[in-house]
Design a protein around this ligand. Structure first.
Ligand SMILES: Nc1ncnc2c1ncn2[C@@H]1O[C@H](COP(=O)(O)OP(=O)(O)OP(=O)(O)O)[C@@H](O)[C@H]1O
Length: 342
């Protein structure tokens, strides 16, 4: 029975702490949903997954809990992560041909051996016939098209929801990698704290993220922006509306963004000299949703003296990388089959 080619329905999954993306072979990205699950508080039975569950965050009655099973780059809740993975695999399988897929899953590089095994088992339980894990920064580097197999420095900084990971790759191997639990979520928390400190305004994490998307920046903007924010006055306890500017939000984000710069500088300090020399011309690439923060490329370039490039579609980089790995797998397996015939 032909397992590859026409009947192949292999998929790649970016199992991110903020978003889950699924790449289907020959189709591209077929699913893009927040990594959020809503469960009934009493039975822990799943009642919504993805976009629908994210809308419930901070708005649930006592009977339902909306949670993010992967936080800070680790799996906080195995059971719910498995349910989420199963839900997404089944959702894309419905519209596909009926052969159990091989699955390439990109996972945060900081997860433990036990967590890796749990992800593999979850994918198998969800119907995969074979599971290959790849670390997120490697997948991102492949996804943005860096020539990772060449004997030259390929550096990627992946700023996700829970973590920021830096990786230096040469000859398809990781020369240096480091991950910190600082990413988009931490930026959101900085905004929550700033609002409380400066305006006695309590806001939820969804509102904080909205402010980050609308006003967030790491470098002065040509035209600074403003927006209206609604929340609860933490003293009077009543709903309140204020106006804030992008300058204020830049100030609120500065420490967290400083931690990302620090991570990059540490990586550069540990870089072998030949590869350092390569980086002078080649610079490094930003991927992950955090790469979309206005002026971040410029700020990191000023802080390191290197050229910095933001990926064209940073939110898709890891998923695109899993897709390319699938193509390579196919090629490798075909090669093996040809040699076997000989
Ligand atoms: N335009 C934007 N400006 C700033 N931040 C953004 C923008 N768009 C998305 N983000 C942030 O990017 C983060 C999600 O990025 P991404 O999907 O790459 O993370 P992830 O891969 O799920 O997380 P991790 O890499 O930690 O597993 C969120 O915190 C989101 O708020």
């Amino acid at each position: 029975m032909p397992v590859f080619g026409l009947l192949s329905n292999d998929i790649g999954i970016d199992l991110g702490t903020a978003n889950c993306l699924v790449f289907a072979k020959d189709k591209g990205i077929v699913l893009r949903e927040p990594s959020v699950v809503a469960v009934y508080s009493s039975s822990r039975k799943v009642c919504a997954v993805g976009e629908e569950a994210k809308r419930m965050l901070g708005r649930t009655p006592g009977t339902i809990t909306a949670l993010r099973p992967m936080k800070d780059g680790v799996i906080a809740d195995f059971e719910i992560t498995e349910a989420m993975l199963r839900h997404f695999i089944r959702k894309v399988q419905k519209s596909m041909k009926f052969v159990p897929p091989r699955v390439v899953v990109a996972v945060p590089s900081g997860i433990t051996e036990v967590e890796r095994r749990a992800v593999k088992e979850s994918a198998i339980n969800a119907g995969a016939r074979d599971v290959i894990l790849i670390e997120e920064p490697m997948a991102a580097a492949i996804g943005v098209g860096l020539p990772i197999q060449e004997p030259t420095a390929n550096m990627i900084v992946d700023i996700g929801g829970g973590t920021t990971e830096v990786a230096l790759i040469s000859l398809a191997g990781v020369v240096y990698t480091k991950s910190i639990r600082v990413g988009g979520d931490e930026l959101d928390s900085s905004i929550v704290n700033y609002m409380k400190r400066a305006y006695n305004l309590t806001i939820g994490e969804r509102t904080a993220e909205e402010i980050k998307l609308k006003l967030g920046s790491a470098f002065p903007l040509e035209k600074e922006l403003t927006m209206e924010v609604k929340g609860r006055d933490s003293v009077a306890g009543l709903p309140k509306t204020i106006h804030i500017s992008s300058q204020e939000i830049r100030e609120a984000l500065a420490d967290t963004i400083g931690a990302i710069l620090e991570l990059v500088r540490n990586a550069l300090e540990r870089c072998p000299p030949e590869l350092s020399a390569d980086l002078v011309d080649r610079g490094f690439v930003l991927a992950g949703g955090g790469a979309l923060i206005r002026g971040l490329d410029r700020m990191l370039s000023d802080g390191t003296g290197l050229p910095v490039f933001a990926a064209d579609d940073p939110l898709s980089a890891v998923a695109m990388g899993t897709g390319k790995v699938l193509e390579e797998l196919e090629w490798l397996i075909k090669e093996i089959a040809i040699h076997r015939k000989d």
